[in-house]
Design a protein around this ligand. Structure first.
Ligand code: 5AD
Ligand code: SF4
Length: 347
């Protein structure tokens, strides 16, 4: 019924349609297509948030450099290796290392060393995903050579005008640089992941439909996208919480996010799509709902519990506890779960 929704106009109309029956049918069809294409299976990525120190100032993010209320932390190499071992022993198949953005040599060199150590401790078996922001071609190349193979960097908003409203106007926050990183990753050979936030101030249905087409045109391998959640200690969060900027209700952001997942699955049947943590802030069942609507990746947080509350990107994140309820889905233990899209491109 929905296959063949391709154009900006059709996608926009589907996002605008809030009829409950329409939405339920869309989720069901996307879930069924996932089952037929890549199977009725979820893969896990153990997520380790190694530090909330960040050089940037994205206007929406709770760990932006200028937020003096954020308590900064960095976990030790031993803690990271412990988490990696845990992920390996649990059969997660893959580890995702995330942190705020830093580009100094001490940081980039440390990551190279850690990637090699993690590869060694699992005999090469544990897949490594990095989510460490914008880096130079040389650094991305070095990390790839060290043994990491997937990189996540969200475009956040694919419309450059909207991107500019969400970020300070300076070289550190250039839309063009972000796109260049995506291109560099692809040319080096990484499996490339990106994504957007949903329900942002100033964002239109057209923008969201454009995001879907952006991901398709880039032929992205993996996607993580989730609802925007205002953080009170950020410029954008304050505008939303005071009512100066308007965003959809929580229920509408949840629905929109699920529809984005479903529409993307229909557009790109063989990619990896994550059921993101932010969904769970809006509904305890949020991630499970996303899996039903076509997602196939879940990223359990395995950061040391002492620092978990400090990776405070958005309001409510710190109160989350892991729920592993995945309904009827099988879990692909001890498998990398590379996206079929990536496999078919490189083979
Ligand atoms: N709400 C939702 N997602 C957010 N992120 C940062 N701040 C917020 C927020 N307030 C997301 C961004 C970033 C990722 C690490 O977290 O998309 O890429
Ligand atoms: Fe830093 Fe990423 Fe937050 Fe921007 S979104 S401030 S780069 S952690």
């Amino acid at each position: 019924m929905f296959e063949g929704l391709q154009s900006l106009k059709e996608l926009t109309a589907a996002l605008e349609n809030s009829d409950r029956g329409f939405c339920e049918a869309l989720y069901a069809e996307a879930g069924a297509l996932r089952d037929r294409t890549i199977g009725n299976k979820v893969h896990l990525r153990g997520l380790v948030e190694i530090s909330n120190i960040c050089r940037k100032n994205c206007l929406y993010c709770g760990i932006r450099a200028s937020n003096g209320c954020a308590t900064r932390y960095e976990i030790s190499d031993d803690e990271i290796l412990y988490a990696a071992k845990f992920a390996f022993e649990q059969g997660y198949g893959s580890l995702c290392i995330q942190s705020g953005e830093r580009t100094d040599a001490a940081f980039t060199g440390r990551i190279t060393k850690l990637v090699k150590q993690i590869k060694a401790l699992s005999g090469g078996a544990l897949g490594i995903t990095l989510s460490l922001g914008e880096q130079s071609f040389e650094t991305l190349h070095e990390w790839f050579e060290a043994g990491a193979h997937r990189y996540l960097i969200r475009i956040e908003a694919s419309n450059p005008q909207l991107y500019a409203k969400l970020h300070p106007e300076d070289n550190l926050h250039s839309y063009e640089n972000r796109l260049q990183v995506l291109r560099d990753l692809r040319s080096i050979g990484w499996q490339v992941g990106s994504g957007v936030m949903i329900g942002l101030p100033y964002q239109t249905f057209d923008d969201l439909a454009g995001d879907l087409l952006f991901l398709k045109d880039f032929d992205i391998d993996m996607v993580g996208m989730g609802p925007y959640i205002p953080h009170p200690d950020t410029p954008l969060g304050r505008l939303c919480l005071s009512g100066e900027a308007v965003i959809p209700s929580e229920a509408d952001r949840l629905t929109l996010s699920l529809k984005m997942v479903a529409l993307l699955r229909l557009l790109m049947p063989d990619i990896n799509i994550a059921a993101t943590t932010a969904l769970e802030v809006l509904d305890p069942q949020g991630r499970e709902m996303a899996v039903k609507a076509g997602a196939n990746i879940v990223m359990p947080n395995i950061s040391p519990s002492a620092v978990r509350a400090q990776y405070d990107l958005y309001e409510g994140k710190k109160n989350l506890t892991e729920s592993a309820a995945l309904g009827e889905m099988e879990i692909g233990y001890n498998e990398w779960g590379d996206s079929l899209r990536f496999k078919s491109r490189v083979s």
